[in-house]
Design a protein around this ligand. Sequence first.
Ligand SMILES: Cc1cc2nc3c(=O)[nH]c(=O)nc-3n(C[C@H](O)[C@H](O)[C@H](O)COP(=O)(O)OP(=O)(O)OC[C@H]3O[C@@H](n4cnc5c(N)ncnc54)[C@H](O)[C@@H]3O)c2cc1C
Ligand code: FES
Length: 282
Amino acid sequence: MSPNEDHATAPAYERLERATAPLERRLVSVIACERVGPYRLLRVVDPAGPRPAAGQFAMLATAERWGAGEDERPYLPRALSFAGWADGEASFLLEDVGPGTKRLCELRAGEELWMLGPLGTCFTPPAHGRRPLLVGGGIGIAPLIFLQDVLGKPAALLGFRDRAHTLGAGLLHDTRLTTDDGSEGRRGVVSELLSEELDHEENATVYACGPPAMLEAVRALCAARSVPAELALEAGMACGFGACYGCVVPRRDGGYLRVCVDGPVVDARELEQIEAHVGAPA
Ligand SMILES: Cc1cc2nc3c(=O)[nH]c(=O)nc-3n(C[C@H](O)[C@H](O)[C@H](O)COP(=O)(O)OP(=O)(O)OC[C@H]3O[C@@H](n4cnc5c(N)ncnc54)[C@H](O)[C@@H]3O)c2cc1C
Ligand code: FES
């Protein structure tokens, strides 16, 4: 049973229903790719696509210059969480960590992208009487921007490496921050804020996305206190739709789950321990 099976009935929560992608990738146009500190907010117009739910992702590749050059193989599409959606306009928050995200960060208005999605599972509403609490680390804030809108702007605890990266927090509301170096907010890691919050909030449901070490700390804290939690996982992905088994992570009760179809949003109780990523195939 999902921890959130007894769903609240607030109308906004109805938008948390998993959408299914059309079978083929489609061309979408870039409206803007705006700088948000070290991140980029990519906005695309996608009139033909279904409305995604918070937590779902798309596989993106630029229509032009998506590859390493002549005689070299092109990159696979890259997985990006929906950071928002309204009236056929989708947004994504990007961090340049390698060749794929670098090219995506360079996009200009009018350029085109291949998009496949929405893919994967979404966050589910909190059970009646439980208060949603968002916990994000670094670029893991992307799906929480979307989720916070849908859940009526609950509080968000966010951790970043330094002050420059906290500019991403401006895309959310009611935030409390940590930085690794103490240059903004509390010095430390965001799981410390979560631990304090859970000390005096018995009825929270936690929604988290971030690097594996952060997610593991959140998982362990919530397990120890029997707090329901949903975690948005990341894993290196190739196909994005369940065919290649390139994204599997072990399940607590044995076997594996495919992050692209059984996740990325997973009930924390399904996982024994969250391990470091294996890199995505190029
Ligand atoms: C479901 C899902 C949602 C995601 N949402 C976002 C998002 O909203 N914004 C965003 O910027 N990125 C997101 N990512 C991560 C992004 O897809 C990867 O970082 C991608 O591989 C970057 O491609 P690249 O060519 O730029 O770098 P790569 O050359 O592929 O990787 C660069 C470095 O990042 C490491 N890496 C690769 N894949 C991952 C991963 N999945 N997580 C962490 N480290 C990784 C590699 O080991 C390498 O060190 C998401 C991933 C998944 C699976
Ligand atoms: S990325 Fe291919 S099965 Fe998940």
